[in-house]
Write a protein that binds this ligand. Structure first.
Ligand SMILES: NC(=O)c1ccc[n+]([C@@H]2O[C@H](COP(=O)([O-])OP(=O)(O)OC[C@H]3O[C@@H](n4cnc5c(N)ncnc54)[C@H](OP(=O)(O)O)[C@@H]3O)[C@@H](O)[C@H]2O)c1
Length: 236
């Protein structure tokens, strides 16, 4: 496990606050007295945004800046295994350009635009973290099972975007941290559509606690890495 770094007061933000993991993150962050405010953004509110609408992300950034408090923790808990009406491919025979484009839109391009608007808000003084929820299946080196072409490829693209943004962030804000996190297998609407036999499934609450412990333990040496719910680095 990583070593703990000092906790600094400020605000926390969750994008995807309506999701299984996102809502558990908002609840857990709200219990932490060092956050003077916890803002949850989702398509259904309380603060609205959509990953397919860049203007809504710019407006979210403006709302965050309005708080006037240092932005200490941002978690992007958005994502989709399949866009509505699409399947998670088991074979190249099922590849469909529209399905692939939608997966990249939600899992890679949307989060990249969030980084564009949110990373500049991270304070230059003291630790701050932008964490996006990726997935272990986005690891190319770890791919032994195949399948889920669009989801895997879009999360691999997200990982590369995180790494690239972390390099740029380190140049102009060395105290800030940008990482991709794997939440473990979590019982949410996301996983309801596939068999979880043989997998260790956790509740969103347990996953949120683990993810927040990992974030608390991060220091600047871990920026630009891909980390699981136990704090261990995952190969790209
Ligand atoms: N659950 C798992 O076992 C597991 C495992 C590995 C990785 N992950 C990753 O963890 C993250 C969260 O998963 P979850 O299980 O909490 O899934 P979830 O319950 O389905 O939540 C997904 C979230 O993404 C949001 N979202 C989807 N499309 C959006 C869009 N166009 N604009 C804005 N928000 C959008 C959803 O908002 P709406 O409510 O508006 O649809 C929802 O808040 C995902 O990135 C997933 O890949 C999950």
């Amino acid at each position: 496990m990583p070593t703990k770094t000092p906790d600094l007061p400020g605000i926390a933000v969750v994008f995807g606050a309506s999701g299984g993991i996102g809502s558990a993150l908002v609840a857990a962050l709200s219990q932490n007295p060092r956050y003077v405010e916890v803002l949850g953004f989702s398509r259904s509110g309380p603060h609205t945004f959509d990953l397919t609408d860049e203007a809504s992300m710019a407006a979210s950034a403006a709302r965050i800046a309005q708080s006037g408090q240092p932005l200490r923790t941002v978690i992007d808990a958005t994502g989709a295994l399949t866009a509505e009406g699409c399947i998670a491919e088991k074979s190249w025979r099922q590849l469909d350009p529209e399905t692939m484009a939608r997966a990249f839109q939600i899992n890679a391009i949307g989060p990249a635009l969030l980084m564009k608007h949110i990373l500049p808000l991270l304070p230059r003084e003291g630790k701050s973290v932008f964490a996006t929820l990726s997935a272990r299946v986005g690891s190319i080196g770890d791919n032994q099972l195949g399948g889920w072409y669009s989801y895997r490829a879009s999360k691999a693209a997200l990982n590369q975007i995180v790494r690239t943004a972390a390099v740029e962030l380190r140049r102009n804000n060395p105290a800030a941290i940008c990482v991709a996190l794997h939440p473990g297998t979590v019982d949410t609407s996301f996983t309801q559509r596939f068999a979880k036999t043989g997998l260790e499934v956790q509740t969103p609450q347990v996953s949120a606690e683990k993810l927040l412990a990992v974030i608390d333990g991060l220091d600047a040496s871990r920026t630009g890495t891909f980390i699981d719910q136990h704090g261990y680095t995952i190969e790209w």
